[in-house]
Design a binder for this molecule. Structure first.
Ligand code: ATP
Length: 242
């Protein structure tokens, strides 16, 4: 059995809404999956499938209702495990006034890094994501693809082994998407494991080695990218959006 960096069993998450929490939304209904260390793993599913909820449960940002697992060999929700993950949230927006350079200091500070530490790492990271020349430019002048690459640089500041990226190419133009994909492949070749959400089969197909399809809070299929994309229903299911 390959070494798994994330392994979850029978995860359930029910949100409670409305007066006295009477309305229940079953976002995860028994999710089990394993993410091999060193892979680019795609979690694919339509809107509302539960993808973001799964990421939030992995990171301990929302409490699971039941089930369990490990991430980076630590129990799910464990703070030490969480600190060793680089995370790019869905629809991440940088404050408008920040430049690429100041954004790295700002977010490094939020994750407890000293300014000095950030300044040491920043040049290499901006170079790494192809933004070295744009450090002094306000982020609102960046394309969406550049912003996502800056978000990835920020997620890499504390040298995590695992990157969790929520829809990293959503809203990015085709050239920008290709740049993000190339970056992810390079990071994988340097030993990182990447877990990413997407609702686009084509994106997953182009960049991932392993994937799971999530629908209505359940894993429909789980396996290598060939197993997922060669399934006769794959294309029909993923003309859903995008
Ligand atoms: P998208 O691609 O649109 O982001 P998703 O696959 O990431 O979708 P989730 O955002 O995890 O799906 O949502 C799964 C279900 O849980 C949806 O029905 C959503 O409305 C519901 N949900 C998500 N967050 C909450 C919340 N904080 N309170 C109540 N219901 C929620």
């Amino acid at each position: 059995m390959p070494d798994s960096i994330i392994e979850v069993q029978d995860l359930h998450k029910t949100y409670r809404e409305g007066l006295l929490g009477r309305k229940q939304v079953n976002a995860l209904r028994g999710v089990s999956l394993a993410v091999p260390r060193g892979s680019i793993f795609g979690l694919l599913g339509p809107n509302g499938a539960g993808k973001t909820t799964l990421i939030k449960v992995l990171l301990g940002l929302v409490r699971r209702s039941s089930g369990g697992g490990t991430m980076l060999n630590r129990p799910l929700g464990d703070r030490d495990g969480r600190r060793r993950v680089g995370y790019l949230p869905e629809h991440h927006r940088f404050p408008r006034h920040l430049t690429g350079n100041s954004a790295m200091i700002y977010y490094g500070g939020l994750s407890g890094m000293s300014r000095r530490e950030v300044l040491t790492k920043r040049p290499d990271l901006l170079e790494r994501v192809g933004l070295a020349k744009w450090g002094n430019t306000p982020v609102h002048k960046y394309s969406k693809g550049m912003q996502q690459r800056l978000g990835i640089a920020q997620a890499l500041l504390h040298s995590p082994d695992l990157l969790i990226l929520d829809e990293p190419t959503d809203g990015v133009d085709p050239v920008g998407r290709a740049d993000v994909r190339r970056l992810l492949k390079d990071l994988q070749s340097e030993g990182k494991t990447i877990f990413l959400n997407s609702h686009q089969l084509q994106e997953i197909e182009l960049v991932c080695d392993q994937a799971a399809i999530l629908a209505k809070g359940r894993v429909q299929r789980h396996g290598t990218i060939e197993e997922i994309t060669q399934h006769p229903n794959a294309r029909i299911e993923f003309t859903l959006r995008g």
